[in-house]
Design a protein around this ligand. Structure first.
Ligand SMILES: NC(=O)C1=CN([C@@H]2O[C@H](COP(=O)(O)OP(=O)(O)OC[C@H]3O[C@@H](n4cnc5c(N)ncnc54)[C@H](OP(=O)(O)O)[C@@H]3O)[C@@H](O)[C@H]2O)C=CC1
Ligand SMILES: Cc1cn([C@H]2C[C@H](O)[C@@H](COP(=O)(O)OP(=O)(O)O[C@H]3O[C@@H](C)C(=O)[C@@H](O)[C@H]3O)O2)c(=O)[nH]c1=O
Ligand SMILES: [Mg+2]
Length: 312
């Protein structure tokens, strides 16, 4: 059984990977005190001691706007740390998975991006993630780089939770309508990663490692995504301050942010579905599932009572 290292297990994707990768081997998720991505020495010491056969790097610096002012910090975690991991993996014949993002592209193309397209972005988060990808591919012969987009889950910090919070508090939401992509659940990414690894690890010398785009099917703007979330929340009966009709579309120019996000975040996943014979379900499936998880956990009911009179 392979020994597997999952970094960032406390993050929204790492949490799902712990579940999805468990059948493939013995999964280790060291705490930050033992495995800090900003400490190459500590990482190497841990790797030399445990000697994983597979490194799955789900840790990252994901604060897109803050990265513009915390450049060194973002670069250390998103670019230098993957390089350290990949170098160790390459030297010890281990395999590695690195997660990357639609934000490596500048978003000016008029079609979904394919893996071979030239990536190039001005934003620090995207540029640091691109440097991480390149280092991993250069240093580890058995590397899988998965570019995912717009991740959300019932657990963790993400746009779904932002919209839930805002819809409970505000009568009107203004959301950008000119940035388009595919919201993708962490479950879909984690389960698909496990499928790919099962194939790749058993395929021998000619296994198709490399870069793949991995998102849910379909496409939508952030405004369309937010409207969908609020509409689905209305069905749950949770008491909202905002209705779906009051989620208003705005252009990016009306929502200035330190990091300029791509207008086109669409990633073509044909390479992955063709190579591995997998189907990537429409993005709305995962949203229904995440909201059902929130409802079953009691999170929506508690919020309703916290917000208004019980039973109203
Ligand atoms: N979120 C998104 O929408 C998208 C994410 N991605 C990529 O997917 C991957 C997973 O992202 P996601 O799960 O959303 O990220 P999260 O922000 O939810 O989790 C990131 C994890 O990294 C850990 N981490 C950060 N810095 C360090 C460090 N110095 N040492 C050890 N651990 C550290 C965090 O630890 P702690 O909990 O202690 O802070 C956290 O567990 C990343 O590669 C990201 O770039 C790609 C596209 C979209
Ligand atoms: C909260 C809010 C956001 N927005 C806009 C800002 C932005 O353009 C868009 C999305 O907002 P966020 O800042 O939550 O999303 P952002 O942090 O940019 O999400 C990204 O995270 C990184 C880690 C990735 O890799 C990307 O794939 C992507 O998921 O919505 C509004 O227009 N109105 C609002 O009220
Ligand atoms: Mg964010």
């Amino acid at each position: 059984m392979p020994t597997i290292l999952v970094t960032g297990a406390g993050g929204q994707l790492g949490f799902e990977l712990m579940r999805a990768l468990a059948p493939l081997g013995t999964v280790h998720a060291p705490a930050r005190a033992q495995f800090d991505l900003e400490s190459p020495e500590r990482m190497r010491a841990w790797l030399d001691r445990v000697r994983p056969d597979l490194i799955v790097n789900a840790a990252a610096y994901t604060a897109v706007d803050r990265a513009e002012s915390e450049t060194a910090h973002a670069w250390a975690i998103n670019a230098t740390a993957p390089e350290v991991l990949a170098r160790w993996a390459g030297e010890h014949d281990a395999a590695m998975v690195q997660f990357s993002t639609d934000y490596v592209f500048d978003g000016r193309a008029e079609r979904p991006y394919v893996e071979m397209d030239t990536a190039g972005t001005q934003m620090v988060y995207g540029a640091s993630k691109l440097a991480g990808e390149e280092a991993v591919l250069a240093d580890c012969p058995r590397a899988l780089v998965l570019r995912v987009s717009w991740l959300y889950s019932a657990f963790g910090n993400n746009f779904l939770h932002t919209i839930l919070r805002l819809a409970l508090e505000r009568p009107v939401l203004k959301i950008v309508d000119d940035q388009v992509g595919a919201p993708t659940s962490t479950q879909l990414v984690a389960d698909t990663t496990a499928h790919l690894l099962r194939t790749l690890l058993s395929a021998g010398n000619h296994a198709p490692w490399g870069v793949y785009h991995l998102t849910a099917g379909g496409e939508v703007s952030w405004h369309g995504f937010a409207s969908h979330i609020v509409r689905e929340l209305e069905f749950t009966g949770v008491k909202l301050a905002c209705t779906a009709g009051n989620v208003q579309p705005i252009p990016s120019s009306a929502w200035p942010t330190p990091a300029v996000r791509p207008l086109n975040s669409r990633l073509c996943c044909d390479k992955l579905t063709g190579q591995f014979g997998l189907n990537l379900p429409h993005w709305s499936h995962g949203v229904s599932y995440a909201l059902a998880q929130l409802q079953r956990s009691g999170a929506l009911r508690v919020r309703r009572w916290a917000h208004g009179a019980r039973g109203d």
